[in-house]
Design a protein around this ligand. Structure first.
Ligand SMILES: Cc1cc2nc3c(=O)[nH]c(=O)nc-3n(C[C@H](O)[C@H](O)[C@H](O)COP(=O)(O)OP(=O)(O)OC[C@H]3O[C@@H](n4cnc5c(N)ncnc54)[C@H](O)[C@@H]3O)c2cc1C
Length: 619
């Protein structure tokens, strides 16, 4: 049988696989992306959107490192809005409605134009190994692809079953074929797998709704930045719409709860709590009758609308009856009914911080297979696994990000140290250092790393480097610029509606005043020529500088524990550890003391015992 040699093999052309393949190829490695259906590359089987709080943060970080998802969203958006505007900038984020077909086409063309990357349509059914190391993969047609590093990004397809009411049958998203052989191979070779599920709502005919009763949600012009490296000319944006369920909706659902898979029990009960199905909402919040429903366009030319908030896997006739209770849906025509999907995911104890398997050297996992949910979460893992597969192929040390460096670091650390009974979704509240991890400083935190890894081109990096040099030199100037409580300054202050100065202050103090905008500031300091975006960035830097000072010691303490490596520690030999802690430490094998401290079941007393042991053994 014919064998194809490569340096890196990526299995699965979803959001994780696309980033992983581009990362390895951009780092200069011969890479092959194997996927069951080339026309389904970068498919978005659920909501037609990217971004939002937590998810947008991940996308900005992928962009800063040199990934593709942000640029592809900029090419394919049909509407962009800023969410969380009532909160601080650190937790605000853009959210873009995308044209699903355009998103796929654009990503496919980027993959096909990438030097060093081949794309083959094939289903991988087995992994080739010598018992310790991965050697390659075999496809269902028996073709062998060899490489020292393989990344599995098989999403929601591993031994997947579709569920609609009492019906349950083998199938992948949008009725694509599932991938059974590989799931069987993983289970047969001792990999710890679990069953997770998610579900999606109906799609309805765009022209079958009465838009006059909905609230329109238009996009913002100019649209907020998505990528730091690509901004296309403004183009017309398409609104989404909002409506609400009613008493009638709740009673139709209540009357038909017996046909819900959750009640029938023909789907595992480990679905995403963050976007519950509408029947789960009625079960969990019986007192509530008004649930928000968003009607979102699937694309500029698409004749379909996505009904966010009406996720359901009940029988089609029940789904239709529920829809007809919604204002504006009386003449609705459904084009695709909602369904649930149950699939294999890996137990997190199988993975290291570089997303490499603990069982097989050179085998990496990324995306929904690791127990997350969301295009953005998958793309972030794909990028990291692609980088680490390339480093593995070169025999280099693995790379990972810390919790105070990036949301990506928070997500992967959470996946490794904590166990989640439902698919993991990124929220800003998961990041304890979120005030440091703002979307607008992702390039400052990560682009140097992206350039060093060879992911970010010299020209893109130079643009960012210049930008931050300019902003940071202004910031330094601001720290040395003083405003005095003289008559002229204070008359300007009162003219712009800000309190008069009582004592000399620095430019940083003035910048931190929420009421002072770019134009106001140039009145106070006419010599200062700053663009509005640069001024706003400077202002955020000034506002958050205080936070950094206040939390410096916490961050230093966090970093000091992260620096204490315990990768080769024999936990079984340490007296005084609790049995639960010893068991968890031996199972998860944390890389450092900070990670050990975050393990469920490991108490502060255990960390003290561990620390003392390390000191006494000169470690
Ligand atoms: C019904 C449904 C509802 C969802 N609801 C939500 C939601 O509400 N919120 C949310 O955030 N996310 C939701 N998602 C999840 C979202 O789609 C995923 O998070 C995201 O697509 C995961 O990306 P991925 O790259 O890990 O995998 P996927 O996008 O699933 O891509 C996997 C790819 O691997 C390929 N593949 C699989 N097995 C093999 C094999 N053996 N050989 C070769 N190729 C293979 C597939 O063809 C596919 O191209 C939903 C998904 C589905 C299907």
């Amino acid at each position: 049988m014919r064998t194809f040699p490569y340096e890196v093999i990526i299995v699965g052309g979803g959001h994780a696989g696309c980033e992983a393949a581009l990362a390895a190829a951009r780092m200069g490695f011969s890479t092959i992306l194997l996927t069951m259906n080339v026309d389904a590359v970068a498919l978005t089987p659920c909501n037609p959107s990217m971004g939002g709080p937590g998810k947008g943060h991940l996308v900005n970080e992928i962009d800063a490192l040199g990934g593709e998802i942000a640029r592809n969203t900029e090419r394919s958006y049909i509407q962009v809005r800023t969410l969380n505007q009532s909160k601080g900038p650190a937790v605000q984020s853009w959210r873009a409605q995308i044209d699903k077909r355009l998103y796929q086409e654009n990503m496919l063309s980027v993959l096909q134009r990438q030097p060093g990357l081949d794309l083959h349509q094939a289903e991988v059914s087995e992994i080739m190994t010598d018992g310790r190391n991965v050697l390659g993969v075999v496809t269902r047609t028996g073709i062998e692809y060899t490489a020292p590093a393989v990344v599995l990004c098989t999403g929601t397809y591993l031994r997947s079953f579709l569920v609609v009411g009492p019906k349950r049958f083998a199938g992948g998203p949008h009725n694509q074929p599932p991938s059974f052989s590989l799931g069987l191979w993983l289970e047969g070779n001792g990999f710890a797998l679990r069953r997770l599920q998610t579900a999606t709502p109906c799609r309805v005919a765009k022209d079958s709704l009465d838009y006059s009763v909905f609230t329109a949600l238009p996009g913002e012009t100019p649209h907020p930045d998505i990528s730091a490296f690509l901004r296309m000319p403004e183009r017309p944006q398409f609104p989404s719409y909002q409506t609400c369920t009613s008493e009638a909706t709740t009673s139709v659902i209540r009357d038909n709860l017996s046909s819900s898979p959750l009640v029938i029990g023909n789907i595992v009960n480990t679905g995403p709590r963050h976007c519950p199905s509408i029947d789960r909402k009625v079960i969990n919040f019986p007192e509530k009758s008004r649930h928000q429903v968003f009607i979102e366009p699937e694309g500029t030319e698409s004749g379909e609308m996505y009904i966010q908030g009406a996720t359901s896997a009940t029988p089609p006739e029940v789904q239709l009856a529920v829809l007809k209770t919604l204002p504006g849906f009386q003449s609705v025509r459904v084009t695709r009914f909602g369904y649930g999907i149950e699939y294999d995911a890996l137990e997190s104890s199988e993975l290291t911080l570089s997303l490499e398997s603990r069982r097989l050297n050179g085998l990496f996992f990324a995306g929904q297979i690791n127990g997350t949910s969301g295009y953005e979460e998958a793309a972030a893992q794909g990028l990291m696994a692609g980088i680490n597969a390339a480093l593995k192929a070169r025999g280099d040390r693995p790379f990972h990000l810390l919790r105070d460096q990036a949301y990506i670091g928070v997500m992967i650390d959470d996946l490794i140290t904590k166990s989640f009974s439902e698919p993991y979704r990124m929220y800003t509240s998961r990041a304890e250092f979120r005030l440091l991890l703002r979307p607008d400083n992702a390039t400052r935190r990560l682009s140097r790393i992206g350039r060093r890894l060879g992911l970010l081109s010299p020209c893109d990096y130079e643009k960012i480097r210049e930008h931050w040099c300019r902003v940071l030199s202004k910031l330094r100037q601001m720290k040395k610029t003083f405003f005095f409580p003289d008559a002229q300054t204070n008359s300007t202050m009162s003219a712009i509606g800000s309190a008069p100065l009582r004592k000399p202050v620095t430019g940083m103090d003035v910048l931190s005043r929420p009421e002072i905008g770019c134009r106001d500031f140039s009145q106070l300091l006419p010599t200062w020529k700053l663009s509005e975006p640069d001024f706003n960035l400077l202002k955020r830097e000034a506002v958050y500088a205080g936070y950094w000072q206040r939390h410096k010691s916490d961050i230093e303490r966090f970093r000091s524990l992260e620096r204490v490596s315990i990768a080769n520690t024999d936990f079984a030999a340490i007296p005084g550890l609790s049995n639960e802690a010893r068991e968890r430490l031996c199972e998860i094998r944390p890389a450092n003391l900070g990670q050990a401290a975050r393990l469920q079941g490991v108490k502060p007393a255990d960390i003290t015992v561990l620390w003392r042991y390390l000191k006494n053994h000169g470690l």
